[in-house]
Design a protein around this ligand. Structure first.
Ligand code: ADP
Length: 396
C-alpha cells in the first residue's frame, strides 16, 4: 500500500508518499507560504523534482497542488489518486483523549478540536490539513498520529505539576510531552542495535533539533519526558526558553512592561539559543560565531549542553539506571561538539565514548567504546515512517 504522510503547519505543509512494500519514499516535498504571497511547492520524487510557484490561499489549495504534483506526467509517482491507500496526519496534541494513533472519524476530529486550547498554534493547522485531505480524497482512510501518544503511559508522579490538583482534573494541566514518534522510533532502533528486547532496556533519548526534548524510555514506555503541557518546557531550545523559575514571568513583565501575549512571544520566539547568543537560533551559526570568539555564542552552547547533561543524569536516576543514550534530530545527529559536551566526564555513570568517532562519523553510528557500560548511539530519526507504519496498521 502507498501511504501519504502529511505534516501541516500554519503556513506550510510537508508531505511524503511512502510505498509500504519495502518502505520506500517515492516522493516528498514542502508547500510553503500557504495564504501568503509567493507560495511555493517544492517536490522531489523518484522520477524528478520540481519547484512550482502558484498561489495557495489555504490548505485545500496546498493539498490539491501536492496531489497534482504526485500525479504529474513528468515528476509524478502515481497515475491515479486511487493508488494512495491511506493518509497519515501528524497531529501535535492528543491531550488525554488519545493514547495511540486513531482512524479519523467525526468523533476523533471533535476530540482533536477539543484539544485546540492545549496547542493553539499547532492543532488548528493539523485540522486544516485533515479536512483538506478528506475533501480531496473522500473514502480514503485518514489516520491521526499524535506527538503526545507515546508519552501517554507516563506515571502520574511524573506528569503532575506541583499546583492544586484541580488544575489537572478541571483544566487538563499536566505533562504531556511531544516528539513522541521520534522518541519511539529511535528507542526501538536502539534496542535493535543492542540486540535486546526493548522490554529489557532503559534508554534515554535526546531529540535535539530546533525544538528539543529528552525522554526516559523504560521497557519501551516513556516514563518521563522534558516537554510539558506545551513544548516550551525542558532543555533550552532554538528560540524557546525551556525550564525557568515561574516567578521570572511576573518579574520580567513588570520590568519590561509586557502583556501576557508579549511575554508568551518573548519565551517562545525570542529566548533560547537565539536570545542567549544574540546571533541566531541555528546551531551552525552559533558554532561559527563561537569559533570566531563570540563569548555569548560560546556560553549559549555550554548552557544548552549542560541542560541536556542534567536531564540525562536525572533520567538515569528516575529509571534506576540507564543502558543506552541516543542522540537524534538536527543537532543531535550533526553536532559532535554538543554531544561531546554532554558525554564528557560521565565515566562515573558508566559512559565512555570515542571522541574521534564522535567528531568524524555521520549517520547511524555507535559512539560508546567497547568497555563502556552504557551504549551511546546517534540514530537519525524518521517520524514520517512511524506515521506511515501506524497508518498502514489502522487502514488495514
Ligand atoms: P526541527 O525541530 O525544526 O524539526 P531539526 O531536527 O531539523 O529541527 O533541527 C534543526 C536544527 O539542527 C537547526 O536549527 C540547526 O541548528 C541544527 N543543525 C542542522 N545541521 C547541523 C550541523 N551540521 N551542525 C550543527 N547543527 C546542525
Amino acid at each position: 500500500m502507498k501511504i501519504l504522510v502529511i505534516n501541516a503547519g500554519s503556513s506550510s505543509l510537508k508531505y511524503q508518499l511512502i510505498d509500504m512494500d519495502g518502505e520506500q519514499v517515492l516522493a516528498k516535498g514542502l508547500a510553503e507560504r500557504i495564504g501568503i504571497a509567493n507560495s511555493l511547492l517544492k517536490h522531489k520524487g523518484i522520477n524528478g523534482e520540481a519547484e512550482i510557484q502558484k498561489d495557495m490561499k489555504d490548505h485545500n489549495d496546498a493539498i490539491h497542488m501536492v496531489l497534482e504534483a504526485l500525479m504529474d506526467e513528468k515528476h509524478g509517482v502515481v497515475s491515479d489518486l486511487g493508488e494512495i491507500g491511506a493518509v497519515g496526519h501528524r497531529v501535535v496534541h492528543g491531550g488525554e483523549s488519545f493514547s495511540a494513533s486513531a482512524l479519523i472519524d467525526v468523533s476523533a476530529l471533535k476530540a482533536i478540536e477539543e484539544n485546540i486550547d492545549l496547542a493553539p498554534l499547532h492543532n488548528p493547522a493539523n485540522i486544516m490539513g485533515i479536512k483538506a485531505c478528506v475533501a480531496a480524497m473522500p473514502g480514503t482512510p485518514q489516520v491521526a498520529v499524535f506527538d503526545t501518544a507515546f508519552h501517554a503511559k507516563m506515571p502520574e508522579k511524573a506528569f503532575l505539576y506541583g499546583v492544586p490538583y484541580e488544575a489537572y482534573t478541571e483544566h487538563k494541566v499536566r505533562r504531556y510531552g511531544f516528539h513522541g514518534t521520534s522518541h519511539l522510533f529511535v528507542s526501538h532502533r536502539a534496542a535493535e542495535l543492542m540486540g535486546k528486547d526493548i522490554k529489557d532496556v532503559k534508554i534515554i533519548t535526546c531529540h535535539l533539533g530546533n525544538g528539543s526534548s529528552i525522554s526516559a524510555v523504560d521497557g519501551g514506555i516513556s516514563v518521563d519526558t522534558s516537554m510539558g503541557l506545551t513544548p516550551l518546557e525542558g532543555v533550552i531550545m532554538g528560540t524557546r526558553s525551556g525550564d525557568l523559575d515561574p516567578a521570572i514571568i511576573k518579574y520580567l513583565m513588570e520590568k519590561l512592561g509586557l502583556t501576557i501575549e508579549e511575554m508568551d512571544t518573548y519565551l517562545n520566539k525570542k529566548s533560547g539559543m537565539l536570545g542567549l547568543s544574540g546571533v541566531s537560533s541555528d546551531f551552525r551559526d552559533i558554532l561559527a560565531a563561537a569559533n570566531e570568539g563570540n563569548k555569548r555564542a560560546a556560553i549559549a552552547l555550554e548552557a544548552f549542553s549542560y541542560r541536556v547533561k542534567k536531564y540525562v543524569g536525572a533520567y538515569a536516576a528516575a529509571m534506576g539506571g540507564v543502558d543506552c543514550i541516543v542522540f537524534t534530530a538536527g543537532v543531535g545527529e550533526n553536532d559532535g561538539g554538543v554531544r561531546a559536551k554532554v558525554l564528557r566526564d560521565m565515566e562515573w555513570m558508566g559512559v565512555k565514548f570515542d571522541e574521534e568517532i564522535n567528531a568524524t562519523k555521520r549517520g547511524e553510528v555507535e559512539l560508546s567504546t567497547a568497555d563502556s557500560k552504557v551504549k551511546v548511539f546517534v540514530i537519525p530519526t524518521n517520524e514520517e515512517l512511524v506515521i506511515a507504519r501506524d497508518t498502514l496498521a489502522l487502514a488495514k
